[in-house]
Ligand binder design. Structure first.
Ligand code: AHR
Length: 664
């Protein structure tokens, strides 16, 4: 009997054997010669600054446990199980007790706190396990804070501990009884690096103390902001130079039901007043349950806008349109009750763009950002479909356009790039003159290769296209066997040449999802993987980065025998010009098993002696992946290429993506 894993192994081996045989045979083949022409004096449609962006969703521990650098899980005891993530330890039973209290009348958005009573001199501790442990770095300073109300002088003995209980950083924090709630803080330095540490809080003194918002952050966050974001993860995003950032999702916008939808107003203001809710991915997949997945909203809408500004990306918030996830409850709000949803959208524009004298602009200013965030576009619903969506889109659109005619709206075309749901919305929204249609495609690599010409057929005068979520799936959608392998990344690169070639229609594109914690994910593939201290970009990441950092400002015609390059002999390509640097940028994908040496004639190129710069991305096998231990296994390699007159002849190895920059 052969079990499933053996079958998969054999299949992988067969695939590898096939790939290596093709590579081997290719050495005995003559490289095919093609004559490509780039018309450098015929710039076409502009490439929008927004062309290549990023899609952020709190899935796979992307926010709490990921981008948001908080190390304490369930810091405010608002998880369904109020002590989830916390463990009580007492050397002798009866040294102390912990009681969960609720003060909902006083603090409706963060009602719970704990009362710790320490009775004896013996040790009594509470420890927090963090998000799959806490990533602690030797030499790094950690800032501990707590809201407390002590009725007796109690001292906290804080220790960061490795899994075997060794102390790797310690501090003492006296909590004096002042008759009121106050915030106390202490900072200390860790002595040892550990990926899976935990925080132990010991109590000294006799009496009771109330505690809430128990928090621990590293000093080193993105831009050194206290309570900020993980610097390594933001850096990976900044390095992509994304044109926009879509947030907060994804299905998380919709919620499993309407009560669980994303409500931006509950994610702004003081962190201790942001109302935590369950994360919809907590229970979504029976095969990847994540019972400790909640949304603290420490990373909320203010932080998303700030992140967008930091990395030079336009903000693209997506709002719930009165519909919960149609893969789950499909709840919809009746049209007569939809006003609060629309008001949320109008108020968000005021929050982002209004001046400090307005209600919501005033809140933004009070949060430390008096300048506007320059919001220009917004999504109405995520992956909705059917006539209910059109009905709701119409009322949203009417209200938003009446008050803010300059704001562009992004509309759903459903979860698939074809079929009945897609056709209905595509036809209807085009008739309604929608601004931007959001298309999603999670498909096999072949689909991406075959659809490199998808947008060649689109109406040039219709709505703009936003390729809002896409990723090649090595297995099938939501399969745990999906891998971020080179075969998928290469197929995406081929497809993206088609997006670029059609930049008059396609204005924005983003791979999805963005982040995944190696010990806490629900969905694969994902662009960037991380553990508690390290992170890496996948081959797909390097494809995205190469496109985004070599986008140019206008399309140039690139043809083979008068036709665009959409897979002839396995070659895909696009060309652009960068008006700022006077460079011609050519992107070529050789998806064939043989090397190819096309001659590229650059018509109207000025005489140049500067060789072209070439970035090449390739791998030894279609299954090649990057990993935490080998993060750059598949990453771009830099060379130069001579130009002969107006011609250049790159050698494109099998299964290669190349970006060539030529000074003009
Ligand atoms: O990217 C993961 C999920 O895929 C998104 O939440 C949803 O929009 C799509 O179905």
């Amino acid at each position: 009997m052969v079990n499933n894993s053996q079958l998969r192994h054999r299949k992988r081996n067969r695939k590898k054997y096939f790939f290596y045989t093709l590579l081997f045979l290719s050495f005995f083949q003559h490289a095919t010669a093609q004559n490509l022409i780039v018309q450098t004096n015929k710039p076409g449609a502009p490439i929008q600054p927004t062309m290549w962006g990023i899609f952020f969703e709190d899935i796979n521990l992307a926010a709490d446990g990921g981008l948001y650098a908080e190390l304490v899980k369930n810091r405010s005891f608002e998880f369904t199980n109020p002590l989830m993530g916390w463990t009580e330890r007492s050397s002798v039973p009866g040294n102390g007790t912990v009681l969960v209290l609720n003060r909902s009348a006083e603090k409706p958005d963060n009602p719970r706190f704990i009362r710790v009573t320490h009775y004896a001199d013996g040790p009594y501790t509470l420890s927090n396990e963090g998000f799959r442990g806490m990533g602690i770095k030797a030499g790094e300073t950690y800032h501990f804070s707590v809201w407390d109300h002590a009725t007796a002088p109690i001292t906290l003995r804080l220790q960061l501990q490795s899994p075997d209980g060794r102390s790797i950083g310690a501090a003492t924090l006296p909590l004096n009884p002042t008759g009121t709630w106050k915030k106390d803080t202490v900072s200390f330095t860790a002595t040892t690096t550990d990926l899976h540490a935990h925080l132990s809080i010991g109590f000294e003194g006799q009496g009771a103390v109330d505690l809430d918002m128990i928090s621990l952050f590293p000093d080193h966050t993105w831009k050194q902001r206290p309570g900020g974001l993980r610097a390594d993860l933001v850096q990976l995003l900044a390095d992509m130079h994304p044109g926009f950032i879509r947030f907060p999702g994804g299905c998380i916008v919709e919620g499993r039901d309407l009560a669980n939808r994303y409500q931006w107003k509950k994610t702004v203001g003081k962190v201790e007043d942001r109302q935590l809710i369950i994360n919809r991915w907590n229970t979504e997949f029976a095969h990847r349950p994540t019972p400790d997945y909640f949304q603290s909203f420490g990373l909320g809408f203010f932080e998303y806008f700030q992140l967008a500004e930091d990395i030079g990306a336009q903000p693209l918030p997506i709002l719930n349109c009165g519909m919960a996830c149609q893969f789950n409850t499909s709840e919809v709000v009746p049209i007569p009750d939809i006003d609060p949803y629309i008001q949320d959208a109008l108020d968000l524009i005021e929050f982002a763009n209004g001046d400090a004298t307005t209600k919501w602009g005033g809140l933004r200013a009070a949060m430390g950002h008096p300048e506007p965030f320059h919001l220009k576009m917004m999504g109405v619903g995520n992956e909705q479909w059917g006539p209910q969506y059109v009905q709701r889109y119409r009322v949203f659109s009417k209200a938003i356009k009446a008050k803010y005619p300059g704001i562009l709206l992004v509309n759903s075309t459903g979860p698939d790039p074809n079929g009945e749901k897609f056709d209905f919305l595509n036809d209807t929204l085009r008739k309604l003159h929608a601004d931007i249609l959001d298309e999603h495609y999670y498909r096999k690599p072949d689909w991406f290769l075959q659809n490199a010409n998808r947008y060649d057929r689109y109406d040039r005068n219709g709505p703009a296209i936003f390729a809002g979520e896409y990723a090649a799936q090595s297995d099938k959608v939501v399969s745990v066997n999906n891998r971020n392998n080179w075969e998928c990344a290469l197929a995406e690169a081929a497809f993206m040449t088609g997006l670029e070639r059609n930049a008059d229609v396609v204005r924005m594109a983003s791979y999805a999802p963005l982040f995944a914690h190696v010990d806490g994910w629900q969905w694969a593939p994902d662009l960037i993987w991380f553990d508690n201290l390290r992170s890496y970009g996948t081959p797909d990441y390097y494809v995205q980065k190469l496109f985004a950092t070599n986008k140019g400002t206008a399309i140039l015609p690139l043809t083979l025998n008068g036709s665009p390059l959409t897979g002839q002999e396995g070659l895909y390509g696009s060309a652009t010009i960068d008006s700022a640097t006077h460079e011609v940028i050519i992107k070529l994908v050789n998806a064939a098993a043989k090397p190819q040496t096309p001659t590229i004639r650059l018509e109207d190129l000025r005489r140049t002696t500067t060789p072209a710069t070439v970035w090449t991305l390739t791998a030894a096998s279609p299954d090649a992946v990057n990993s935490l231990d080998n993060p750059m296994a598949v990453s771009p390699n830099h060379t130069t290429l001579p130009i002969h007159g107006k011609n250049l002849t790159p050698t494109l190895a099998p299964y290669t993506f190349s970006v060539i920059r030529i000074k003009n």
